[in-house]
Design a protein around this ligand. Sequence first.
Ligand code: PLP
Length: 411
Amino acid sequence: MRAAFDPQTVRADFPTLQREVRPGVPLVYLDSTASSLKPRQVVERLADFYLHHYANIHRGIHTLAEEATAAYEEARQKVALFLGAHEAEEIIFVRNATEAINLVAHAWARAHLRRGDLIVLTQAEHHANIVPWHILAAERGVRLAFVPVDGEGRLDLDAFHRLLAQGPRLVALTHMSNVTGVVPPVADMVRAARQAGARVLLDGAQAAPHLPLHVAALEVDFYAVSAHKMLGPSGIGALYARREVLETMQPFLGGGGMIRRVTLEGFAPAEPPARFEAGTPPIAEAVGWAAAIDYLQTLGMERLHAYEQELGAYALARLAEVPGLRLLGPTTMESRGAVFAFWLDAAHPHDVAQVLDHYGVAVRAGHHCAQPLHRHFGVPASARAGLYFYNTRADIDRLVEALGHVVRMFA
Ligand code: PLP
């Protein structure tokens, strides 16, 4: 068995962690839920690729074009392996998880759903998994229903099963909430949804950086991810779609790269995944993402997850000491990730974040693109500390100490 993970072995890979936000005030980065830091290995791979191997891909027959094409397609393989897909061709590179979900709405739903068809979502969704469906509902008359959540942000599974009985065509839900950290029982939910005849989309923007994944074993139809939350560059993400479903999807963006043939009368689309990658794709970003995946896999996702769960339990215990702090989410680490959104009676979340920044602690404040969930909790916004494997107990201590200053300052 491998030794337990020690964050001190990796912190030197993240130069940002050695920074001070002001002289004498070292940074504590607790905003990884919004975007993770990047290790040196990813940035160096990007620099090497741009400096020595970069060219446009697929259409060239010179050495550089061939090298760049091989690196881009190798990145697709790595993403497929990381997600646990059967084949690299089931991975479509997009800009981010938001675009991945919009791609499903455009390329699958517009071809398959009719007026009156039901889409089941949840109250815990990020706007990225709500707004595309509102747009579709307005345009095509599909119906949306939302699985409610309880006081801790966990899904009401009875309500979910009642909605399945109505025969939805699509169930789309987050694999880990970016507010409560809740990880729903997706294996059971996907099975039940498929038995009810629905296609299933999981929004993996938060789960992919933290959980070992196996999308093929889960039997989901679609899985959406962003590279920037899992050590990779911004500007790239992926949609996993099962091959059998991909074959039935219509092109979304038209242009170069996505065609087999074009005439003045019309065009014939290429096979997937090229069918959905019109124009010059994020080439270097894919290569950088592959380096991020190498980095994560060398450390081991199981091991990182175990460490984050332990760190999360420490954070929960320490946050419970802060007077007037209300956590938006479960108070144990069971079936949740290490992201902690909270409301402080003493001060508005924006003031909380500003004072924490004064003490070097970077957290996010706002609705975190989850306004319906905040409405459910009866607050307009929250402050959010999102942990990753490079965080330590000392970081949590600095957070709690700084929250103590906030409480005293606004008391
Ligand atoms: N879904 C969830 C659960 C998220 O947390 C986020 C980003 O915070 C997204 C989707 C959208 O990700 P992106 O902005 O990278 O498209």
